[in-house]
Design a protein around this ligand. Structure first.
Ligand code: ZN
Length: 468
């Protein structure tokens, strides 16, 4: 049986789940469900990243022991994904001792290889990103992604990883189409340019940050949170029972702020430790909320719970997928979500299903083997999620509505063969739509299928009530 291993980033526990985390997780869910529906054995991994200075500081502010703080926040992510019916197979926490053990093993391998040395490091550091900032990341002398006070000057003696040693090999991998692992192509070009402009070695440990995994060969320092976090993808396959064969990962899904770590540093670490490389990374863009950057200070953060309360679980996932920020940022907002919900789900799909179910009540239906449309599958595998479901709506839903409006079967007698034929065609199309929707809205798909299986039964209630 084909194996497929897909991951989301592990979310930094300093935050609570918002629509940004949600879109990556929902996208991974859709891809995982497609692979399962195709009969593959899937391992879908998500989790939380719990070490580092920022977490320790936040815990302190809340007056909690750091582990107690993590134990309080981590379940919020897991519960949010369960509420959204995300089909993850394992939820990893980087404070899990089994993960910590693998981190120590991997780093020891890198050390034994001679790829680690001690040096002094000075520079501007963003506590928000938990990293030293490069020239190009500075906006007015502070991190462009976080408020100015998060940027501090730091000078430390750290252990360094010889990242530069692996740059030529990584460039070679990316430039060869067969081994390139960076998608979409724009991101590949961005990384290549950055690699060719010169890369410095990176520190892999921290002094004075106690909340972390001790560096195996020097317990006075802790492993830099990023090195610990990246290893989760590999560590889960090593300690979760029966998952060893799933490494290397087939797909790491990520947001653009963590592109460099996932496409350069992670690969170099694996090359050094002689562990095989993940096959593909896909980096999506960000959500804008009504034309503005989403931020706590603007108070425009949308949470998954807010969407579920307004639209329902599967409907929320539909709205996220239809606005998925694939290659460019995607501008969304609650009002536009409402419009999209009413247009696509209430007025279009929902209305079609109830109309046809009512007109064809009692009509016998035939079993037909449905397979995934090739183009649809390709779009999903290329994370063009909006286009994939646009295709389903065009091909099956809009086509049926058009047919109904052109032929007005309700004007014909119930036994009229022309009426029966038109309705049969619509039923076939609706079932095909439901078949494709099973990887996004499995319960809705099942309701639709039940309505048309063997004999047409009218819906007991509207699939998608209109929202004001
Ligand atoms: Zn930052």
């Amino acid at each position: 049986m084909n194996k497929f291993f897909i991951t989301t980033p592990i979310y930094y526990i300093n935050d609570i789940p918002h629509i940004g985390h949600t879109c990556t997780t929902v996208a991974a869910d859709v891809v995982a469900r497609l692979h399962r529906a195709k009969g593959e054995e899937v391992f879908f991994l998500t989790g939380t990243d719990e070490h580092g200075q920022k977490v320790a500081e936040t815990a302190q502010k809340e007056g909690l022991e750091v582990k107690a703080y993590c134990d309080k926040i981590s379940p919020r992510f897991e519960e949010a994904w369960k509420k959204l019916d995300i089909s993850f197979d394992f939820f990893i926490r980087t404070t899990d001792p089994r993960h910590e053990k693998v981190v120590a093993e991997v780093l020891q391998k890198i050390y034994d290889k001679g790829d680690v040395y001690k040096a002094k490091y000075e520079g501007l550091y963003c506590v928000g990103c938990e990293k030293f900032l490069t020239e190009s990341e500075l906006v007015d002398n502070h991190c462009g992604l976080h408020p100015p006070e998060k940027t501090v000057f730091k000078s430390e003696e750290n252990w360094f990883f010889k990242l530069s040693k692996y740059v030529p090999e990584i460039i070679k991998l990316i430039e060869n189409d067969k081994t390139n692992y960076i998608y979409p192509i724009g991101k590949k070009l961005e990384i290549l340019a950055k690699l060719k402009s010169g890369v410095k070695d990176v520190s892999i440990s921290r002094e004075n940050v106690e909340w972390g995994i001790p560096t195996p060969w020097d317990k006075s320092q802790t492993v830099y949170v990023w090195f610990d976090a990246l290893i989760n993808y590999y560590s889960a396959t090593q300690f979760v029972e029966g998952k060893k064969d799933f490494w290397p990962a087939d797909l790491h899904l990520l947001g653009k702020e963590i592109l460099w770590f996932h496409t350069v540093i992670w690969q170099a670490m694996l090359l050094s430790a002689e562990i095989s490389l993940p096959k593909k990374t896909y980096t999506h863009s960000f959500y804008m909320i009504d034309g503005q950057k989403m931020s706590k200070s603007l108070g425009n953060v949308i949470s998954p719970q807010q969407l579920v309360d307004l639209f329902g679980v599967e409907e929320s996932k539909y709205l996220i997928v239809r606005s998925f920020p694939s290659e460019n940022d995607s501008d969304v907002g609650i009002n536009r979500f409402k419009e999209k919900y009413n247009a696509d789900l209430a007025n279009n799909l929902g209305n079609l299903v109830s109309r046809v179910a009512k007109l064809a009540e009692g009509q016998k239906t035939e079993e037909e083997k449905i397979e995934f449309d090739n183009e649809f599958e390709e779009l999903i595998n290329n994370l063009k999620l909006d286009e994939a479901f646009e295709l389903v709506f065009n091909k099956y839903v809009d086509a049926s509505n058009l047919k109904l409006n052109q032929t007005s079967p309700w004007k014909l007698e119930k036994e009229n063969p022309e009426r029966i034929a038109v309705l049969n065609e619509c039923i076939k199309n609706i079932r095909k739509a439901a078949f494709h929707l099973q990887i996004l809205m499995p319960k809705v798909a099942e309701k639709i299928e039940n309505c048309f299986k063997n004999e047409v039964k009218p819906l007991s209630e509207s699939l998608f009530p209109r929202i004001k």
